[in-house]
Design a binder for this molecule. Sequence first.
Ligand code: ADP
Ligand code: MG
Length: 262
Amino acid sequence: MSADTTLLRVDSLVCRFGGLLAVDHLDMEVAEGAIHALIGPNGAGKSTVINLVTGVYRPTAGTVSFRGERLAGELPSTIARRGVARTFQTIRIWRQMSLLENVMVGFQCRTRSNLVDVLLASRRSRADESATRRKAFEALELVGLEAGAGRLAGSLSYGQQRLLELARAIATQPSLLLLDEPAAGMNPQEAGALVELLFRIRRQGIAILLIEHNMRLVMRVAERITVLSFGRKIAEGSPAEVRSDPGVIKAYLGQSEENAAA
Ligand code: ADP
Ligand code: MG
């Protein structure tokens, strides 16, 4: 991969929790505009990678760079402003707020107004508010929730709540979107619609790093897949390459045996 198409790059990334090596010397690159999946059995370290990239966790060692500049050590808000947005494995929405408000809150890190502007209700902050409202509505349109923009978020189905989180992340106009199991809890129709949505997002020039257990979905959307097991990268390549990799099959069989035993 040539340097000018690399958007996100992690080098020898390590994250240790006490005696546990959650991420063990991971090297990975996400290309500009790509849909790149990060898969692996439960506990492999996938969510930890997203938390390291977004500044929630500090790496024990190694570097994260975005457009060739270092990210590791920056605050989550700074990283968000630089164009990295995410959703969470556990849904985080405000149930008592409308869909539109939920998206607008997530958008705040991107508006220009400072606190003084807000307090003075200056012209600039009102202009920002209407621009924010418009962009929030556009994000709801992208995920197909615009008809219920004024509804309370708590009234949404589980799959729709995942779409709302996605809208909130997209509204910040990121160049990289990190999605932690967006299809979890979705029915097959919703998961099918999510495939189309991910392609639409990519067409806007947004690269996606996708953590997902729904392998049908992963194989359909990802052009490149990185496989983690116990924090280590055990395979990387196209869906066809990864699917037929004996190490990958073994890692997943280990997990299903565990599940069977449990
Ligand atoms: P995955 O998302 O692939 O299922 P995680 O990244 O959530 O895996 O977790 C990887 C490992 O790190 C697991 O063993 C998990 O228990 C552990 N872990 C994750 N976060 C923490 C934390 N904040 N403190 C201690 N251990 C953690
Ligand atoms: Mg996880």
